[in-house]
Ligand binder design. Structure first.
Ligand code: HAM
Length: 410
């Protein structure tokens, strides 16, 4: 479980703000649900046989004797709220997103935490490949708006639950023939969740299942047509993707369209967003028969990509002014200027213990300030500041009253 340090928060805010603004443009509203829910919500929603439910949930008995669980993902809680507050009555289509911490007891490694954050998006009440395409297009636009370009979008169709049963039998039979050669975990998966064997990360398993039957070849014509409509809509929006028939996703509620955004810049935990259609979940959780589609972004992984994309200087760049003064007179002159900058929303700071100019410039640069306003006797007498651009080294006198305008222009 990580601390998010002050130096990192600006990137988090950037991610959250960019997502909020973009989602609003697509007609989404935010919902905030508790981080803890009754345990059966997750075991029923995510699936008893999944790794998440079997091994990764933070579950405990509370003082009242009820079993509660820290949410391992956002969708189940959002659907619970959707049913409980009858959000479907407000409009036939509900478009919502939620952001916050999630908890999974996983083996920690780079990009994999036990408390991590997701921004998760759901569209409820519509079963259309156009809706699937719209959420993927929105996600792709978000990724690019954040300045992430080194990624791949992989898409697949998992068929409906009904059409999957014949395929699962076929797959289990195929895997049973290889049982002793598969890794221990995959041997267990043959019974419980055979499709998960297909995306095992172990090279030996990957090699063994190369010839395995793939769901995409065993879905109905209708599902295949819908998948084509989905792909065509991505093409029309200029969204590049690759069909990867081995995407199976780790949660049991997915049907038909599924997708993942992956990046080679992340190491082995390479998926930074994923989602798909889930047409039976609302009913499974006690609601009406409402279809859904959505995705979640893994914030820590996106932040890792943003950190890599930006140069160190750009990450730190505070577009504000550091005040450097030589004595108390300078500090007194700086104070009202700093206040008016701050009132205008421009960051301003100084070190009140008077030090040499050199050490003040060093601190301004360490903090990433783009500008330093130097105030010595001459500047005080002439009602000006000496404004130094730390990027170019250039400096010039600026009238004190014109300082805000000058900075706003810059
Ligand atoms: P998920 O694929 O389990 O989907 O998680 C989505 C993203 O959360 C992953 O792609 C990954 O970036 C991030 N993530 C998952 N586990 C961890 C972890 N332990 N540490 C860091 N990041 C992690 C869902 O959770 C679905 N609820 C998405 C969804 C919404 N589907 C439909 N609507």
């Amino acid at each position: 479980m990580n601390d998010i340090l002050p130096s990192q928060v600006s990137l988090w805010l950037k991610l959250e703000k960019t997502a909020r603004d973009l989602f609003a443009a697509y007609g989404f509203s935010e919902i905030r649900t508790p981080i803890m829910e009754d345990t059966p919500l997750f075991s029923r929603g995510i699936g008893e046989g999944t790794q998440v439910v079997q091994k990764e949930m933070y579950t405990f008995i509370d003082r009242g004797g009820d079993s509660v669980t820290l949410r391992p993902e956002g969708t189940a809680g959002v659907i619970r709220a959707y049913i409980e507050h009858n959000l479907a009555a407000l409009d036939a289509i509900t478009k919502i997103y939620c952001l916050g911490p999630m908890f999974r007891y996983e083996r920690p490694q780079k990009g994999r935490l036990r408390q991590f954050h997701q921004i998760s998006v759901e569209v409820l009440g519509i079963d259309s490949p156009h809706a699937d395409a719209e959420v993927v297009i929105m996600l792709q636009r978000l990724v690019r708006a954040l300045g992430i370009f080194n990624y791949r979008l992989e898409v697949n169709t998992l068929g409906s639950f009904a059409e999957r049963s014949t395929y699962l039998k076929l797959l289990s039979d195929f895997l049973a023939g290889l049982k002793m050669q598969l890794c221990e975990e995959c041997q267990g998966r043959i019974e419980k969740n055979p499709m998960r064997v297909l995306d095992c990360k172990k090279t030996d398993c990957q090699h063994l299942v190369r010839e395995a039957p793939l769901i995409i070849n065993h879905v109905s014509e209708q599902t295949r047509d819908e998948f084509k409509v989905f792909c065509n809509a991505l093409d029309a929006a200029g969204v590049e993707y690759k069909v990867n028939p081995r995407i199976v996703r780790g949660l049991d509620y997915y049907e038909k369209t599924s997708f993942e955004f992956v990046s080679d810049d992340l190491g082995s935990q390479n998926a930074f967003a994923g989602g798909g259609r889930y047409n039976s979940l609302v009913k499974e959780l006690g609601g009406d028969d409402a279809p859904g589609v959505g995705f979640a972004i893994g914030c820590e992984r996106v932040i890792m990509l943003l950190e890599q994309a930006l140069t160190q200087a750009a990450v730190a760049a505070v577009h504000g002014v550091y005040f450097a003064v030589f004595d108390d007179k300078g500090a007194v002159a700086a104070r009202p200027l700093m206040q008016s900058l701050r009132d205008a929303g421009i960051t301003a700071e100084m070190d009140y213990t008077i030090k040499s100019l050199k050490s003040q410039l060093r601190r301004a640069s360490k903090l990433g300030y783009r500008y330093v306003a130097i105030i010595g006797d001459e500047e005080i007498n002439n009602n000006v500041v000496m404004l130094k651009d730390m990027a170019s080294g250039e400096q010039r006198q600026v009238d004190r009253l014109a300082l805000i305008n000058c900075l706003n222009k810059k």
